[in-house]
Design a protein around this ligand. Structure first.
Ligand code: NAD
Ligand code: MG
Length: 294
């Protein structure tokens, strides 16, 4: 009997029915439900004693990372928008069920003060900060450059680039040698789509910032990397993240023939945060179901 798992059907196809949620969307209302690892992620103590802050840790990829980190032995703080409280509470419960400390940090990361506050409160609650995951992002599609409203452009820059930059800057005073910073970039940083021009440029910027910072911080013993997900089934997609016709074909984007589940990203973030990645810096790890990055 084989012990192999075929990646084509390791997780079912998503085959999403037509659906829309108001931004920022909830995992709770996703149809079908996604796999954030609640039943599937098993830890091995690879982050024992570490203290992590994950922006956008309430749902989707961030939630899967939060649950995995807790099951690997880390205390975990999650930052998210106040509307996302139901999703956040489920993740907080999962962190506590893993026997770790959890911290809920609702608030809008477009605000400079909130970016500083989430770092300060994490440090105060956990006594320090060792892993920062800049994962929060806004993705609202518009039909080409002439149709992106100026305030939408502004909010996207603030939610994605400003927030990552500001949170990282605030974290610097607390990160010691051995710490790790991880950015969530995207396949869109390399393969931009006309309906997501503004979002796509933020993903390229986050990727670039991670590589630049890796140069600055390697001599200080702090590793900086990025993860570039492909098409993953999360609430960002049906809350105006994609036009409806693209959403219903979501499974067909990647060569593997199905969309990814958030839990399939967890291993990449655990690896990059752990000591196993001690010689890995300035890298962007693609988790794309076969979609190519340079
Ligand atoms: P998600 O909606 O579950 O997570 C995004 C989170 O960003 C939200 O939960 C929200 O808490 C947070 N956020 C957005 N604006 C914010 C603000 N102003 N203040 C505070 N928090 C804010 O969706 P996801 O797909 O898991 O997204 C996580 C990351 O993955 C994002 O950076 C996204 O760009 C990236 N990504 C996703 C995909 C995909 O196919 N789902 C592909 C490539 C990259
Ligand atoms: Mg959310």
């Amino acid at each position: 009997m084989t012990s192999l798992n075929d990646p084509r059907n390791r997780y079912p196809k998503v085959e999403p029915p037509e659906q829309t949620q108001p931004h920022p969307g909830l995992d709770r209302d996703l149809e079908p439900q996604s796999d954030i690892g609640l039943e599937t992620y098993q830890g091995n103590g690879r982050l024992k004693g570490r203290r992590a802050l994950i922006t956008g840790g309430d749902s989707g990829i961030g939630a899967a990372v939060a649950i995995a980190y807790a099951r690997e032995g880390a205390d975990v703080a999650i930052a998210y928008l106040p509307e996302e409280e139901p999703d956040a509470q489920r993740v907080i419960q999962a962190i506590e069920d893993a026997g770790q400390q959890a911290l809920a940090l609702p608030g809008d990361l477009c605000e400079l003060e909130q970016c500083r506050k989430i770092v300060d409160e994490t440090v105060e609650a956990f006594g320090g900060l060792d892993i920062l995951v800049n994962n929060a992002s806004r993705q609202i599609w518009h039909d080409g450059i002439e149709n992106i409203p100026d305030d939408e452009f502004d909010k996207t820059m603030k939610s994605n680039i400003y927030s990552s930059y500001r949170v990282t800057k605030a974290a610097m005073a607390h990160l010691e040698p051995g710490s790790s910073i991880i950015f969530t970039s995207s396949i869109e940083a390399y393969q931009p789509t006309p309906t997501l021009l503004h979002y796509d440029m933020t993903k390229a910027a986050m990727n670039n910032l991670s590589k630049g910072l890796a140069q600055e911080l390697a001599p200080k013993g702090i590793r900086v990397n990025a993860v570039a997900p492909g098409p993953i089934w999360t609430p960002l997609q049906p809350s105006h993240g994609q036009p409806q016709e693209q959403l219903t074909q979501f499974d067909e984007m990647a060569p593997l023939g199905r969309a990814g589940q958030p839990v399939e990203l967890a291993g990449a973030y655990v690896f990059l945060a752990s000591d196993e990645a001690s010689y890995v810096m300035g890298e962007t790890l693609a988790v794309t179901g076969g979609m190519l990055t340079p």
